[in-house]
Design a binder for this molecule. Structure first.
Ligand code: SAM
Length: 233
């Protein structure tokens, strides 16, 4: 190992711990966590902390890569399967987007354009960081990174086909209006909703006729969603 850490061993141990704690419940989430190398998504100077179950700062951007247990809770609630089209608001490091891309990876040869993630980020430095991370880890063909205000969604793509799932990975004052409009019937929006200090993870399922069925999952703490239909500082 030449002094390098055995990241695959640390990764396996983290997954075993999250399974023991009952946070990772399904085979598909377990497999994604075992496959995506978190050490390639943390800021390079703190790579050695990659498998601590904690959020970590993304350089001096003031943003964070979320704690693995929080990411796992969200993925388990998101009910992903091969072929789904996902919109993520808050790319950050790109780690969560890579995990989702891993789970929705198409299995059949005729679903070549399905199983895709679009992820939106407002901090230009993190657009470059996440794109580099996707290039290095081989996810660039399954993930599109967009610079912009994710509270408006990404109607450029939803005009052709609505999204199956929308995940917001920053604290929102409410579920942004535009996201509901860009979601399919039976689709899920998952978002931390509350104030800038603490939130509740809310799962919102779009019913026939457009009404949303709301379920509260757990308490959580995220950095703020800043934008037109988010917090305005
Ligand atoms: N999912 C990320 C990961 O896997 O590393 C962690 C996301 S971090 C907790 C929240 C991110 O949301 C930050 O990078 C922040 O810049 C971004 N953000 C905040 N408001 C946003 C907005 N209106 N549109 C897009 N991104 C936003």
């Amino acid at each position: 190992m030449n002094g390098e850490r055995d990241y695959s061993l640390l990764r396996r141990r983290m997954v075993e711990r999250l399974m023991r704690e009952g946070v990772i419940k399904s085979k598909k989430v377990e497999k994604a966590f075992l496959t995506v190398p978190r050490e390639e998504f943390v800021w390079p100077d703190i790579k050695s902390l990659a498998y601590e179950d904690t959020p970590l700062p993304l350089g001096i951007t003031g943003q964070t890569i979320s704690a693995p247990h929080m990411v796992a809770i969200m993925l388990e609630e998101f009910d992903l399967k091969s072929g789904l089209r996902i919109l993520e608001i808050g790319t950050g490091s790109g780690y969560n987007a890579a995990l989702m891309a891993e789970i929705v990876r198409p299995t059949g040869k005729d679903s070549i354009n399905q199983g895709h993630v679009i992820t939106i980020e407002r901090v230009p430095e993190l657009i470059k960081f996440s794109k580099d991370n996707f290039d290095r880890t081989g996810y660039s063909d399954r993930i599109d990174v967009v610079l912009g205000d994710g509270t408006l969604g990404y109607p450029e793509r939803s005009k052709k086909m609505l999204y199956d799932r929308i995940m917001v990975t920053a604290a929102a004052p409410q579920i942004p209006y535009y996201l509901k409009a860009q979601l399919k019937i039976d689709g899920i929006i998952l978002a931390p909703v509350g104030n800038t200090f603490m939130q509740t993870l809310v799962k919102s399922i779009k019913l026939e006729g457009g009404k949303m069925k709301i379920e509260e999952i757990c308490g959580c703490i995220f950095v703020s969603l800043i934008g037109e239909d988010g917090f305005r500082f």
